[in-house]
Design a binder for this molecule. Structure first.
Ligand SMILES: NC(=O)C1=CN([C@@H]2O[C@H](COP(=O)(O)OP(=O)(O)OC[C@H]3O[C@@H](n4cnc5c(N)ncnc54)[C@H](O)[C@@H]3O)[C@@H](O)[C@H]2O)[C@@H](O)CC1
Ligand SMILES: [K+]
Length: 489
């Protein structure tokens, strides 16, 4: 087990792993589908109020089978409901066919087309789950539209129909639910890409006592803690950070990274500007050095890229920085330059010290020579590919950031909100990672910790100050500082 296997984080499984579980438990009693349908009924019952109008939509596969089981349980408990099944009996998989028979035996009425337009207090989406194979069309696309028009609250079973469970990518029309009750384990598609916009609040029905397969994890807490600081401390114990960036017109990027590094606890921080940097009067302890000196200075973390620009001087500094013996974080313009100069890739791969890459989807596309749409269609796969190609720790930023390790592990982050989608937040993140590296965290821990902290801080700031519109970098830095202290003390 590597130092980054973290069994205390919720496991997040893709379809191939879920199918393995399904095969391993094919003879379980009660069967998985019975457990899923029962769990769904148990979830909904306490949330229903007298007189609520409830619509259940069941699709042609086993996701539909879950709804048929759920409907039977609700019917047997006297809950009035309107069940629509959009499947073909001759093509029903075995478990769903058994669920249909039991439903009929229980005397629960079943309809085979959408009802006329009318309001529903609750609707259950059981059209498609992890077996989605193509964009929804015809009656299924109409059903999604119907739900959006007439349901006040939608509960999606397993995954909102039309959303890919492995990628969070909607292939066409896809349900936007208020709640998702997902079975067996968490799924990356509920968190990354468009996932959170479709899934709403995610609840997990484990169905089994333990999971016998592994894949990735959802990041929902600080994965490693910093040791408490002894009273007998001095600044030399908390590491040295260098930050190279801040070309003319973009000096703020380097300053923001520096502020974040300081406030998250780095002992000493030097900025190496590509243009003269102003004095940060609110952070007078930020020091400056010629940028090229930082490439050879002894440091615990070197950040290269925030506001660095793409001029020749920036390229030269990037080349020099690749030979630094410090853990090296390449961000922003450094990644664009790296994408444009494949000759540097081997140098990155061969660095003896850890390398961390923090691309957003466009920077990832430049590094891999593909389009942003390609990246977003499978964020996990592309993050893993980058990590392998550069032998680096990688975070693919964006909603539900994906962290990938050089040895093929991945995590999806569950913290954060759209307030982070503004200029400067990436610089703040780079500074936060550097601060954790400087204080002695290993590269993976520092990256995972900063990714989670950055999102959690934004959530705290929005909860306390309002947002997400207008969230500022300094609010996030301050909130991150207090989160880190709460997590460590
Ligand atoms: N994996 C497991 O062990 C468990 C699975 N369960 C449920 O079973 C689901 C997976 O079941 P299935 O594999 O049957 O998959 P789905 O129920 O997601 O749907 C697959 C069926 O829909 C068809 N289909 C796929 N995309 C379509 C489209 N765009 N338009 C029209 N038809 C389309 C397929 O040909 C297949 O017949 C899970 O999401 C979950 O809800 C649960 O019963 C619990 C246990
Ligand atoms: K569904």
């Amino acid at each position: 087990m590597s130092d980054c296997d973290r069994p205390n984080l919720p496991p997040c499984l893709r379809s191939f792993a879920l199918r393995q579980l399904e095969m391993q438990h094919a003879h379980l009693q009660p069967p998985l589908m019975e457990r899923a349908g029962q769990a769904a009924a148990d979830w909904l019952l306490p949330r229903l109020q007298a007189g609520d109008r409830l619509l259940l939509l069941a699709g042609p596969g086993n996701n539909g089978g879950d709804v048929l089981v759920m409907a039977r349980h609700l019917h047997q408990r006297g809950v009035p409901l309107h069940l629509v099944w959009l499947g073909e009996e001759a093509r029903l998989p075995g478990d769903a066919a058994a669920a249909l028979q039991q439903l009929r035996a229980a005397g629960c009425p079943l309809h085979t087309s959408l009802p006329p337009a009318q309001q529903w207090d609750w609707a259950v989406d059981g059209l498609f789950g992890i077996g989605l194979q193509r964009p929804l069309q015809g009656q299924y696309a109409e059903a999604v539209n119907y739900l959006h028009l007439y349901a006040r609250r939608i509960l999606a079973l397993d995954i909102p129909s039309g959303l890919q469970a492995d990628t969070g990518y909607p292939t066409g029309p896809a349900v936007r639910a208020q709640y998702t009750l997902t079975f067996l384990s968490d799924k990356p598609g509920l968190w990354t890409g468009a996932g959170q916009d479709h899934a709403g609040e995610v609840h997990i029905a484990p169905l089994l006592d333990t999971l016998s397969v592994t894949d990735g994890w959802r990041l929902d807490q600080l994965p490693a803690r910093l040791p408490a600081r002894p009273h007998d401390s001095h600044k030399g114990r908390f590491g040295r950070v260098g930050i190279i960036g801040g070309a003319a017109g973009m000096q703020g990027a380097a300053l923001l990274a520096g502020r974040a590094a300081l406030q998250l606890g780095a002992g000493r921080v030097w900025l190496g500007g590509l243009s003269p940097l102003p004095l940060d009067v609110s952070h007078l302890q930020l020091m400056q050095q010629p940028a090229d000196t930082l490439c050879t200075q002894a440091l615990e973390a070197l950040v290269v890229g925030p506001g660095m620009g793409l001029e020749h001087a920036a390229l030269q500094l990037l080349q020099q920085s690749l030979h630094s013996t410090a853990p090296l974080l390449l961000d922003a313009d450094a990644l664009t330059l790296l994408g444009a100069h494949p000759a540097l890739h081997t140098t990155v791969q061969q660095r003896p010290a850890p390398t961390l890459l923090t691309p957003h989807p466009l920077e990832a596309a430049r590094l891999l020579g593909c389009t942003v749409a390609d990246i977003q269609a499978d964020r996990i796969q592309h993050a893993l590919q980058l990590a392998q190609q550069f032998k680096a720790w990688v975070v693919l930023k964006g909603a539900g950031s994906i962290v990938a390790s050089p040895d093929g592990q991945w995590w999806v982050n569950g913290s954060g909100n759209p307030g982070l989608a503004v200029a400067g937040m990436g610089d703040v993140l780079a500074g936060m990672v550097a601060a954790l590296l400087a204080q002695g965290m290993a590269a993976g821990d520092a990256l995972l910790g900063a990714i989670w902290l950055h999102g959690a801080a934004a959530d705290d700031a929005v909860a306390q100050q309002g947002g997400p519109i207008g969230l500022s970098c300094d609010e996030v830095i301050t909130a991150a500082r207090s989160r880190l202290n709460r997590a460590c003390y």
